[in-house]
Design a binder for this molecule. Structure first.
Ligand code: NAD
Length: 369
C-alpha cells in the first residue's frame, strides 16, 4: 500500500480567524479539509460556502474516520473542552492560542493526548515564519555571542478602539498577556530556550472602560484582568528579558523584540507576523545592518503552517514544532505574570521544554520537514 500523502482536517470554530486558516491551508497540499463546524450551524454554513468546503457538525467531524486532525478555532475558554472531546474521539488536535485559560486545564489537555497517543499542536505558528527563523539562525550561528538579555514590548490603547464587541478582552481569560503573550513568549522561547522564573508588577488602572467602536460605542465594560503588565523573564540560559504587555499605551516607539548579546544586538520583528525586518548591530556601530531574510514563509500570512508541520510530522514520525509542551510552557509563564504580580514573589516555572527544531534554509515552499 502506498504511504499516505495527506491528512484529513476538521475545523471547529468558524469565526473571525477561520478565514485566515482556510485561505492559508490552500498552500499546504498535505492538509485535506474535510469540513468546518461551529456551535452555530449557520456560521459554519456561511464560511463553508465562502471557501468552497463542506459544512459539518461538531459530532459529525468527530465521528468521521477521514478526519485525522481537529483544528480548534473556538474561543479561548472553549479550547480545552473541545480539545478533550476530540482527543476522546481519537483525533490529533491543533488549537488556537492560548492552549487553555489556566495552566491546570492546559496540563489536562496535554496529559489526555499523551494517554491516547495523539498529538497536540497549538498556535502561534508565526515563530515558524521566515523572519523569526532567520533571527533564530543568527542566534544559533553565535553572531550575538552569549545572550545577556532583551526586551519584548506590546502596547496599544486597547482593542475597544476597533473591535466591534471587545468586552471579552477585559473579562477573565482576556487581558494583554493571554491575548498577545503567546506570540511574544513563544518567539522568545524559540530564540532563547525555556524560561526558569518570572518576576512581575501589573496594574488595572480602570475598573470600567468605555467601548470606543461601533456598534456598542459608549457602553461600559467591566475590567477583571490586569491591563498593564510588566515583568522580567529569567531564562534557563541565564538571560534576562524585560517584558511589557499593555492595553494602556496610547503610542510608543519600542521594537517588538530586541535581543542583546555580548557581541551584538538584534532586532526581531512583530511576532504576530511571519515576516518583517531582522537587524543586527555590533557595539558602537553607527547604524543597524539588515539581515536578509532568506528562509521561507516570510512573505505572506501562513496561519496554519503549524498544522502543516504537524501533519508532515505525523506522516513521517518526527516531532512537530508548534507542539503542546511548548504551548503549555508558554501558558505557565503567562499565568506566572499574574501570580507574581499578585504575590510580589518571583515565580519559578516547573514545566520543561526543548526549543523546537529550526527550519533549514534548503526547505521548499509547501513542504517542511
Ligand atoms: N480574530 C483574530 O484576529 C485572531 C487572531 C489570532 C488568534 N485568534 C484566536 O482564534 C480563536 C478564535 O478567535 P476568533 O476571533 O475567530 O473568535 P470568534 O468569536 O470570531 O469565533 C469563534 C467561533 O467559535 C464558535 N464556538 C465557540 N465555542 C464553541 C464550541 N464549544 N463548539 C463549537 N464552536 C464554538 C463560536 O460560535 C464562533 O463562531 C481565539 O482563541 C483567538 O485567540 C484570533
Amino acid at each position: 500500500m502506498a504511504a499516505r500523502q495527506r491528512l484529513g482536517v476538521g475545523i471547529i470554530g468558524a469565526g473571525n480567524i477561520s478565514s485566515q486558516y482556510l485561505k492559508a491551508m490552500a498552500a499546504f497540499p498535505v492538509l485535506d479539509i474535510r469540513g468546518i463546524a461551529d456551535m452555530k450551524p449557520e456560521v459554519a454554513e456561511k464560511k463553508a460556502a465562502e471557501f468552497g468546503v463542506q459544512a459539518a457538525t461538531v459530532d459529525g467531524l468527530l465521528a468521521d474516520p477521514g478526519v485525522d486532525i481537529i483544528v480548534n478555532l473556538t474561543i479561548p475558554r472553549a479550547h480545552v473542552a473541545v480539545g478533550l472531546k476530540a482527543i476522546a474521539a481519537g483525533k490529533h488536535v491543533y488549537s488556537e492560542k492560548p492552549l487553555g485559560v489556566t495552566f491546570e486545564e492546559g496540563k489536562k489537555l496535554v496529559a489526555a493526548a499523551r494517554r491516547k497517543g495523539v498529538r497536540i499542536g497549538a498556535a502561534p505558528d508565526t515563530f515558524l515564519g521566515g523572519a523569526h527563523q532567520q533571527a533564530r539562525a543568527v542566534i544559533d550561528s553565535g553572531k550575538l555571542g552569549t545572550i545577556i538579555g532583551g526586551t519584548a514590548s506590546f502596547g496599544v490603547p486597547g482593542h475597544e478602539y476597533w473591535h466591534p464587541d471587545p468586552a471579552f478582552y477585559y473579562d477573565i481569560g482576556g487581558g494583554p498577556v493571554l491575548d498577545m503573550g503567546p506570540y511574544y513568549i513563544t518567539d522568545l522561547v524559540n530564540l532563547l530556550g525555556p524560561v526558569k522564573a518570572v518576576q512581575a508588577m501589573s496594574l488595572t488602572p480602570a475598573k470600567e472602560r468605555p467601548i470606543r467602536s461601533e456598534p456598542k460605542k459608549g457602553q461600559l465594560m467591566k475590567v477583571k484582568v490586569f491591563t498593564h503588565v510588566t515583568g522580567t523573564l529569567q531564562f534557563v540560559s541565564g538571560a534576562l528579558v524585560q517584558v511589557s504587555l499593555s492595553f494602556d499605551v496610547p503610542k510608543h516607539t519600542h521594537k517588538p523584540i530586541e535581543i542583546y548579546g555580548t557581541d551584538a544586538s538584534m532586532q526581531v520583528p512583530d511576532p504576530n507576523m511571519f515576516g518583517g525586518e531582522v537587524k543586527l548591530a555590533k557595539p558602537r556601530a553607527p547604524e543597524w545592518d539588515d539581515v536578509p531574510v532568506k528562509l521561507p514563509y516570510a512573505d505572506a500570512n501562513y496561519r496554519s503552517l503549524g498544522v502543516a508541520d504537524m501533519a508532515y510530522a505525523i506522516l513521517s514520525g518526527r516531532p512537530h514544532r508548534a507542539n503542546g509542551d511548548l504551548a503549555l510552557h508558554v501558558l505557565e509563564v503567562m499565568e506566572a505574570f499574574e501570580t507574581a504580580s499578585k504575590s510580589g514573589q518571583i515565580v519559578k516555572i516547573r514545566s520543561k521544554v526543548e526549543r523546537p527544531a529550526a527550519i533549514s534554509e534548503s526547505l521548499k515552499r509547501g513542504k517542511i520537514a
